[in-house]
Design a protein around this ligand. Structure first.
Ligand code: TXA
Ligand code: MG
Length: 338
């Protein structure tokens, strides 16, 4: 299959929408990462997403909508706390898990009684949804590797496998949406993102953070969010997360310098290191770290890294999302200094 490379022109967005209405797969930009979209109510189209990504069939997808009114048909009920969160943070990087309506194909919910829904804020995503239909879309990477934050990375993974890629430049946020379960008594965070725990608390008071956000699931444990149990975001290089002060980190890296060792560090700290360094934002700028982290993980493989000693971000605000992704990229291999 020849993959079309589309722009954000009116004609191209119409073309992307027409392909989606016909049951084809189209990669689209969102404010978080690129998504690999299909008509959410077309089971066969959704099944093709799993094939193109090599995604395990038991990992459900997020349905993307452009207007609040589209939610009513997709879910069985809307709890008051979900209504409040939608009011506060939609459109934006927040996904909520509801009890599903009967129209949701099994391919979307992977057999679960629930469905995840989000309303992206990216103007291209919104225009394409408006001209087509609600769209099921996981991140547009091949399963297991870092999510793509520009159209070039999508093309590397998906050229020849999907009908089209729409180029919307670089994604502003850089990590995937916050996923919260709103089917219980309290809001529970299953995946941290740019809508932070503090922001959720401002609207609904108490918020729980699922154990799987910061800890490896025990063998045989049932994952609240099936995506949490798979190896994720991982480059070919072995990623090791190193916790400690800037000087302890530099000392650790320098004493472990060897062929194939690369440092994934903060901007401005490269000069303290005796190995090749890639950076992902300054130490205190969590938004910049989120914006860069997946691209930096992909760059590791391009420079032939075998081991990447990675400076650990502090887990506050959107830093929790960066930390969560790096923990998974590292397969939970963490070294604590100091
Ligand atoms: O920012 C994002 O959320 C991006 C853009 C494209 O919107 N999408 C994205 O999708 O990250 P994906 O498929 O890569 O991640 C969705 C996560 C997975 O961890 C999945 O297991 C979880 O959400 N999920 C989806 N439906 C669920 C459900 N019904 N119950 C629990 N977890 C669910
Ligand atoms: Mg993903």
């Amino acid at each position: 299959m020849q993959t079309l490379h589309l722009t954000d022109s009116r004609e191209d967005l119409q073309r992307a929408a027409a392909l989606l209405r016909d049951g084809e797969l189209v990669a689209i930009p969102t404010e978080t990462v690129y998504g690999l979209a299909a008509d959410a109510l077309n089971g066969a189209a959704v099944a093709a997403i799993f094939k193109a990504k090599g995604r395990p069939a038991d990992n459900p997808l997020i349905v993307h909508i452009a207007h609040r009114a589209q939610l009513d048909a997709l879910v069985a009920d809307i709890p008051p706390m979900a209504e409040a969160l939608a009011q506060a943070y939609w459109p934006g990087p927040l996904t909520m898990i509801f009890r599903k309506a009967a129209c949701i194909p099994n391919e979307v919910s992977a057999g679960l009684p629930t469905v995840a829904v989000r309303m992206p804020s990216h103007p291209i995503a919104r225009q394409i949804i408006e001209r087509s239909c609600p769209l099921a879309a996981p991140s547009a990477n091949r399963s297991g590797i870092p999510s793509p934050t520009d159209a070039k990375r999508v093309a590397e993974d998906m050229d020849g496998r999907i009908a089209a890629v729409v180029d919307g430049g670089t994604c502003e946020v850089g990590v995937e949406s916050t996923v919260v379960d709103v089917t219980g008594d309290r809001v529970r965070v299953l995946r941290p993102g740019a809508v932070t725990v503090e922001m959720l608390k401002q609207v609904v008071g108490e918020v729980e953070v699922d154990d799987a956000v910061l800890h490896q699931l025990k063998k045989h444990a049932v994952a609240a969010s099936p995506g949490m149990k798979y190896k994720h975001y991982a480059p070919n290089a072995r990623v090791v997360l190193v916790k400690g002060s800037p000087s302890a980190y530099a000392q650790y890296v320098n004493t472990h310098a060897a062929d194939g060792v690369v440092a994934l560090c903060f901007d401005g700290e490269e000069s303290t290191l005796s190995v090749k360094a890639l950076t992902y934002g300054t130490r205190n700028d969590h938004a910049a770290q989120a914006h860069r982290v997946f691209e930096a993980l992909r760059e590791l493989d391009e420079c032939g890294a075998k081991i990447a000693y990675t400076a650990c971000p502090s887990p506050d605000g959107i830093g929790l999302a960066v930390y969560n992704r790096l923990l998974r990229a590292a397969g939970f291999e963490v070294i604590e200094l100091d």
